[in-house]
Ligand binder design. Sequence first.
Ligand SMILES: [Fe+2]
Length: 145
Amino acid sequence: MQSAVQLATAVSPCRWLAEWARIRDRELVAAARFDRAGYTRVLVDRTAAAELWLLGWRAGQTTAIHDHAGCETTSIVVRGSLLEGRYEQVGLESARRIGERALVERDLEPLDASSIHRVQAIESAITLHLYAPRYRPGRTFAEAT
Ligand SMILES: [Fe+2]
């Protein structure tokens, strides 16, 4: 069987992700995991060139300020709402906030390879993330004042 993410690289990632998340909605909700210690990550699918991850967030849980190690990333909110802050790097290890956006159910968030951001769950949430190439941890930054 052809991997789900193989198809994603052949068409618009946003269009593909939105349609895939809609079709698999119930499976995704059932597969999401939640943990008091922090947001969780579940690998949904993988090819040599891309990965699809499902994240489960409890209200208030947040990422560090981070980049994506050169990955192009597209995300969609499956459930809940989150706040995304965008940053620009101002030093070797620090970044300044340059904007923010509330993300609600079905919102898409495309990130290019140089984007820096922080995501915080406003309420319990489930998000689906397509990484190309495969996910690897990015750099983290301190918030510049
Ligand atoms: Fe991110």
